[in-house]
Design a protein around this ligand. Structure first.
Ligand code: 475
Length: 811
């Protein structure tokens, strides 16, 4: 018997969009459909979409130009933008259409989204904030440019080898970057070194000894609903003479390329230190390189559009993302005085009105300062201008009532204690009309500590702008299940205004909604469990409590507190197996600065503890520990929607704001946290009953440090803590090297700067309170729903609205 013949199903008709993607594939990638690999489809999809974005991009530029609008310039040495395709598709509302078009071509959109490289041109919070801000500025229809460096190697890739962090170069440009446009016409001369000819009174001319050319690469930034497209302009460097032919012909084939190599070294790598100043000459060169190119570009655009450089503050607001671009203050002064012939006083007024400065950390090791001889050798003209600015500021300080010599010395742009250094934070402060902190507590501490004297001299300057996150990437794109559920419940208005999430509040009392809500969370946890199972071979129970701490590894963030508590819990479970323990999965991820010994050791400890706990059948399904390698934006997008508990446990007074805390709450995790950074404001929004707070306050930490804190007594006074610390110190988790953690644990006994011991008992008690809440699932889900409903305020749209009105004067 022959099989009945079945006619093949008619192929679904190709949409014009599918035709365009194929056309792009053929004509711009040079592949036909059969030869195309996933990366080719990715590039063809991006290029097709980019063609459509260009029209909006140009319309945005024309509109700003026609309106004579004031523009915002966000200067940042870091932009942690992550993948762009999903974000752009969703902001343009084209997800389904592009997905369908690709499906007809036999391509899975989700699959190609997954192979897009994660652009990690930043370390952590500061860089990710810059990326959220770029998206919100486009969403709020503000004409804005981001300026930064196009690093060839961004944040290193982290591999975990036998529990140790290994750093590998990240090659995000390996397959080219279809998003960017090289702007050959936008190139600037950036000089270094040399000498200054003439004097400060007469006409001054800086003759640099060397120079490179800054070359612009533009990436479009699409706002929500594609309302506006702004530009992220990243600078690359090249030598004026790519090859010295005379040297080459004389046989010096390597030396002939030295100029190009030197130029390229400027943009080669992102400094991988978070919350600490890098301190090397190359870093100062990077800072000046991108500051100079950006300020030249801003001044050029202003003069071209408006003619008169003196109206700059009316048409340009430049925001300095921390002190990394602070040399821009001196660079603008140089251009105004040396190139536009303005008198010093007028240049100074223009400069101050144009700049704003955001501080992101109070850690003393992060406060940038440069040895004066280095600064003077590299930037002799800027050094002169900084002296002149300092003279002015110090005269004002001395005239002001009650300024002690000590206060005047603290205000000075030059640190005279020991080796003389240029203080970049003081330069940024005096060169700006606004200086802001990133959460209420942080701003208050800025006034009391690092900037106390500058604040007394300029009491109106410091203001607060509590951070925010973009709800597009951090809710709608990363958590489609929750987004759909919320839309069903309260309608789609929250997509345009997260304050509308408030209407979800009453659903916390609706059992059927709670069930659907926990169903979404469970399916996200299944997704994460599968990912962890496939990538690490670790099997997790999606019904366990997922307890997550993901962020840079730093002692002040206290991953160590979490790990020690995990060890204590492990002990407890083994000693009392009969008790009703809450099954938990402890999830960690984060990178450590390559030179930060203790942070790397903490990563190893997390992995050593994981190895022991995960292979111990006596704790069975009750406790698992996972350290996920290579934390980045894409991994965060995967983990956060699957979290039940968000660990925000920094030593109070040390985390300026935190932004991960906001992402977790928005995705329905409960926070266990200290009264630090934006946790305090999150608590005010979600209400005391919907967050678990523990530990010392910032004031108490300061008092303990100033007084006679004796951590040894605290450790010896707590049975659980001393057992856990001693187990770690004696090598229970490192039998291959029993003394591995002895020094780390001795640090707790001897000084415990980060108050791990002081907060341990409170933290443990808080964790047991979490267990009790988890046992009441209805109560837990209700609290989680209230978190989602009440954290809409932490949208970066709200933050940017405040910057726009109160600092930039553009709304
Ligand atoms: C804070 N990075 C978070 C976040 O405001 C805050 C420092 C020196 C060199 C390179 N990178 C840095 C930071 O200081 C940083 O990321 N700070 C973070 O800024 C956004 O939410 O509390 O630690």
């Amino acid at each position: 018997m022959t099989e009945p013949e079945i006619a093949p199903a008619p192929a679904p008709a190709r949409s014009p969009l599918a035709d365009r993607i194929v056309d792009t594939l053929i004509h711009r990638i040079g592949k036909d459909e059969r030869a195309a690999r996933k990366h080719d489809w990715l590039a063809a999809t991006i290029l097709t979409l980019r063609d459509e974005i260009i029209d909006k991009w140009m319309a945005s530029t024309r509109q700003a130009h026609a309106a004579g609008a004031k523009r915002v310039y966000y200067l940042s040495l870091e932009f942690l933008i992550g993948r762009l395709l999903r974000d752009a598709l969703s902001n343009l509302g084209r997800n389904a259409e592009v997905g369908d078009a690709l499906a007809v071509l036999g391509v899975d959109l989700a699959e190609i989204e997954e192979i897009e490289p994660d652009a990690a041109l930043g370390n952590g919070g500061l860089g990710r904030l810059a990326a959220c801000f770029m998206e919100s500025m486009a969403t709020l229809d503000l004409p804005a440019y981001g300026y930064g460096i196009r690093y060839v190697n961004g944040m290193f890739r982290q591999r975990i080898d036998d529990g140790w962090q290994v750093e590998l170069p990240e090659t995000w440009l390996a397959h080219g970057n279809p998003w960017e446009f090289e702007r050959r016409e936008s190139a600037y001369f950036v000089g270094f070194g040399g000498e200054v000819i003439g004097n400060e009174v007469g006409h001054v001319h800086w003759k640099p000894a060397e120079a490179v050319e800054a070359l612009a690469y533009d990436t479009p930034v699409v706002g929500w609903r594609g309302k506006r497209v702004n530009t992220l302009r990243l600078w690359s460097a090249r030598a004026f003479d790519p090859i010295r032919l005379d040297a080459f012909n004389a046989g010096d084939h390597i030396g002939a390329l030295a100029g190009q190599v030197r130029a390229e070294s400027l943009v080669r790598v992102l400094y991988p230190s978070d919350s600490s100043a890098a301190g090397q000459e190359l870093r100062l060169r990077q800072e000046y390189f991108f500051s100079s190119a950006s300020i030249q570009d801003i001044v050029r655009r202003h003069v071209q559009y408006f003619g008169d450089i003196r109206t700059l503050p009316d048409k340009a607001a430049i925001q300095l993302n921390d002190t990394h671009p602070a040399v821009s203050v001196a660079e603008l002064m140089r251009l105004l005085i040396d190139h536009h012939d303005l008198p010093f006083d007028e240049a100074w007024e223009i400069t101050r009105k144009t700049f704003g400065y955001t501080n992101h950390t109070l850690l003393p090791e992060a406060l940038e300062s440069w040895p004066l001889p280095l600064f003077e050798r590299l930037l002799p003209r800027h050094m002169q201008l900084i002296y002149a600015i300092n003279g002015r500021v110090l005269r004002e300080a001395r005239k002001s009532d009650g300024m002690s010599d000590q206060a005047v010395a603290a205000i000075s742009l030059i640190d005279e204690n020991g080796e003389r250094r240029v203080r970049m934070a003081n330069l940024a402060f005096v060169g700006s009309h606004s200086v802001n902190g990133v959460a209420a507590l942080h701003t208050a501490l800025m006034k009391q500590t690092v900037f106390a004297d500058l604040h007394r001299l300029y009491p109106a300057r410091i203001n607060n702008k509590t951070n925010g996150i973009t709800p597009r990437r951090w809710l709608m794109d990363c958590n489609p299940g929750l987004t759909a559920l919320v839309r069903d419940a309260i309608g789609a208005e929250f997509c345009d205004d997260t304050a509308k999430l408030q209407s979800l509040d009453s659903f916390s009392n609706d059992p059927s909604f709670r069930e659907r809500f926990s169903g979404v969370k469970r399916s996200n946890k299944v997704g994460l469990s599968n990912f962890i199972g496939e990538s690490m071979g670790l099997r997790l129970d999606p019904d366990a409590l997922f307890d997550v701490q993901i962020k840079r590894v730093h002692e002040y963030k206290r991953q160590l507190l979490n790990i020690i508590e995990t060890v204590a819990l492990y002990d407890q479970i083994r000693s009392h197996p009969e008790e009703d323990w809450t099954p938990r999965v402890k999830i960690f991820a984060g990178k450590a600065a390559s030179s930060y010994h203790n942070a790397k050791l903490i990563i190893k400890l997390a992995n050593d503890v994981a190895k022991r706990v995960n292979s111990d059948p006596s704790v069975g399904g009750l406790l698992k520990v996972a350290f996920l390698p290579n934390y980045n934006v894409s991994l965060a997008e995967r983990i956060i929607p699957a979290a039940d508990l968000s660990e925000q446990i920094s030593t109070a007074g040390m985390e300026a704001s935190g932004t991960g805390n906001m992402k977790f709450a928005l995705n329905g995790a409960l926070t266990i946290g200290t009264l630090d950074g934006a946790n305090i404001e999150i608590k005010e929004h979600v209400g005391d009953d919907n967050i678990v707070i523990f530990g010392l306050t910032a004031d108490e930490v300061a008092a303990k440090r100033a007084g006679s804190y004796r951590p040894r007594e605290v450790i010896e006074g707590s049975r659980e803590l001393s057992q856990a610390v001693n187990a770690i110190a004696s090598g229970v988790f490192s039998p291959d090297d029993p003394s591995r953690y002895r020094e780390l644990m001795n640090g707790l006994y001897d000084h415990d700067w980060f108050m791990v011991a002081a907060d341990f008992d409170a933290y443990t008690a808080a964790q047991r309170a979490v267990d009790a809440r988890w046992a009441d699932q209805a109560g837990w889900q209700a609290a989680a729903i209230r978190n989602v409903a009440r954290v809409g305020w932490f949208s970066s749209d709200r933050t940017i609205g405040e910057y726009a009105r109160e600092i930039w004067g553009v709304m």
